[in-house]
Design a protein around this ligand. Structure first.
Ligand code: NZQ
Ligand code: ZN
Length: 388
C-alpha cells in the first residue's frame, strides 16, 4: 500500500569545503546568547573549537559552554543543558560534533522550558510539545545519524538502563541550519567512521524492508545503498578521499531526513534492539547495528521473501541462476555480512562488551515491533543469541 504523506523539513544545509564560511551570516539571525554544545575533546584537538569561537566572538555573541557530551548522550547531560539555557536566556543552541551532540542539543531544546518530568513525558510517553522550544543548529564533525536534518533525539537514562529514541513530530526541532564539511570528518577514528557507515546502511535497510509495492522510495533507497557501498570501499582505503567522504556524508543526511521513507511501511526493530544493547554495553551505535542486522534478517527473511530476493539481486548482484528464492535471499544477507567484515566491524556481540547474562535483559527491555514479522521478547532473544 502506498500511504498518504505530508512532508516538511526546514533545515537549511550548507555543504562542502567552504560551508563553515556561512556560520557568521547564519548567526546574525539569532539573539546574542549562544549555548555551545560539544563532545569530549575532538573539536579542540582539530582546531575547530578555536575557529568557531572566533566567529562567535566576531559576531558579538555571549557564549555559554556545555562540554563533554558522551557518545550515547546521557539524560543528566540534557538536564544540565536545560539549566544553562534557562539561567542564560539562550537564543540558540549550537551543536558542534556528531549525532550524540546534536541529539543532546535537541533534547535540551525540547525540555528546557518543560515544567514536569521531561524524560517521562517526552521519551517514555512520547508526549506532545506545548512549551517553548529553543532553536538548534549544528556543525557536523562525524557522519551517520542524520541528526543534522531530522527531529530525532536518542538519549540514555543510566539510572533506568534505557536508551530511548524520540522522533519529535515537530519541524521546529529540526536544526535551523546545519554545516556539513566532509573534511571535518577526516579525523574521525576508523572504528567511528565504519560505525557511521553501518548506521547509514541500517537506516536504509530499516526503511527498505517493509511493504512490497512498486514504490519510488524503494528505488531511491537502492540508489543510496549502492552509492554508500561504492564510496565506503574507497574511503576505507583512503580516508582523505574527498569525493568518497562527501558522498558518505550526503548518503547519511539523505538516509534519515525521512524523505526516503515517504509513502511506505518500515521496520526499525534492529534499531530498537541496538538501543537496548547500547544501554547495557555503551558500544558505538553503528557497530551494534552491523552485528545484529544479519542475525535479524536471517530470522525474518521468509516473511518478506520477495524483498530479500530483490535486495540480493539489485544491491549485491547475486547470480540467481538455478537457485531457489530462499537461497538467493540468504546469499544477499551473507553479502551484507561480508561487507561489514570488509569494513573491519566485529561479528559477535561478545566482542563489544555484551555478556550472556545481559541477553535476556536486553530482549525484555527492547520495544517490540518490526516490519515483515512482529517481534516479541522471545524472538529478540533468539536473534541476540544467534549473534552472541
Ligand atoms: O566526544 P568527541 O571527542 O567529540 O569524540 C567523538 C565521539 O567519541 C568522535 N568524533 C566526532 N567527530 C570527530 C570525532 N573524533 C575525531 N574527529 C572528529 N571530527 O566520535 C565519537 C562518536 O561520536 P557520536 O556523536 O557519538 O557518533 P554518532 O554520530 O554515531 O552518534 C551516535 C548517537 O546518535 C544516535 C545513536 O543512538 C547514538 O546515541 N542516533 C541518532 C539518530 C537521530 N537523531 O535520528 C538516529 C540514529 O539511528 C541513532 O540512534
Ligand atoms: Zn541509527
Amino acid at each position: 500500500m502506498i500511504y498518504d504523506f505530508t512532508y516538511q523539513n526546514p533545515t537549511k544545509i550548507h555543504f562542502g569545503k567552504t560551508a563553515l564560511e556561512h556560520l557568521p551570516e547564519e548567526l546574525n539571525n539569532f539573539g546574542s546568547n549562544i549555548l555551545l554544545v560539544y563532545g569530549k575533546n575532538s573539536i579542540k584537538a582539530t582546531g575547530l573549537y578555536d575557529k568557531i569561537m572566533g566567529m562567535l566572538m566576531a559576531t558579538g555573541k555571549k557564549v555559554t559552554e556545555l562540554a563533554g557530551i558522551n557518545s550515547n548522550p546521557r539524560y543528566s547531560q540534557v538536564m544540565e543543558g536545560c539549566r544553562l539555557v534557562r539561567e542564560n536566556n539562550i537564543d540558540l543552541i549550537l551543536a558542534v560534533g556528531g549525532g550524540s551532540v546534536v541529539d543532546c542539543s535537541k533534547g535540551i531544546a525540547a525540555s528546557a522550558y518543560y515544567d514536569g518530568d521531561a524524560w517521562k513525558h517526552y521519551w517514555e510517553e512520547q508526549g506532545l510539545i506545548e512549551n517553548k522550544v529553543v532553536p538548534v543548529a549544528s556543525v557536523l564533525t562525524m557522519t551517520g545519524t542524520a541528526s543534522e536534518m531530522n527531529t530525532g533525539s536518542v538519549i540514555t537514562n543510566e539510572d533506568k538502563k534505557l536508551k530511548l529514541g524520540r522522533v519529535f513530530p515537530f519541524p521546529d526541532l529540526c536544526p535551523k541550519f546545519s554545516i556539513l564539511n566532509p573534511e571535518f570528518t577526516y579525523t574521525v577514528p576508523k572504528i567511528q567512521m565504519v560505525s557511521g557507515i553501518a548506521d547509514i546502511f541500517s537506516h536504509l535497510m530499516e526503511q527498505y524492508f517493509g511493504g512490497d509495492d512498486d514504490c519510488t522510495s524503494d528505488y531511491l533507497l537502492e540508489g543510496v545503498m549502492l552509492s554508500l557501498i561504492n564510496s565506503s570501499r574507497k574511503a576505507i582505503v583512503d580516508p582523505h578521499d574527498y569525493e568518497a567522504r562527501s558522498n558518505i556524508m550526503w548518503c547519511a543526511t539523505m538516509g534519515l531526513n525521512k524523505i526516503l521513507a515517504l509513502s511506505k511501511m518500515q521496520d526499525w526493530e534492529v534499531h530498537m534492539i541496538e538501543h537496548q544493547l547500547g544501554a547495557y554495553t555503551d558500544c558505538p551505535h553503528g557497530i551494534g547495528l552491523a552485528i545484529i542486522s544479519p542475525a535479524y534478517y536471517r530470522y525474518i527473511y521468509k516473511c518478506g521473501l520477495p524483498k530479500f530476493v530483490r535486495f540480493a539481486k539489485n544491491i549485491w548482484k547475486v547470480d540467481a541462476n538455478g537457485k531457489t528464492d530462499e537461497q538467493i535471499a540468504l546469499e544477499g544477507i551473507a553479502s551484507l555480512e561480508s561487507f561489514f567484515r570488509e569494513l573491519g566491524i566485529p561479528a559477535m556481540l561478545r566482542e563489544v562488551g555484551a555478556t550472556e547474562e545481559m541477553l535476556p535483559l536486553i530482549a525484555k527491555s527492547t520495544i517490540p515491533g518490526g516490519g515483515y514479522k512482529k517481534m516479541e521478547a522471545d524472538d529478540i532473544l533468539v536473534v541476540l543469541k544467534n549473534c552472541f
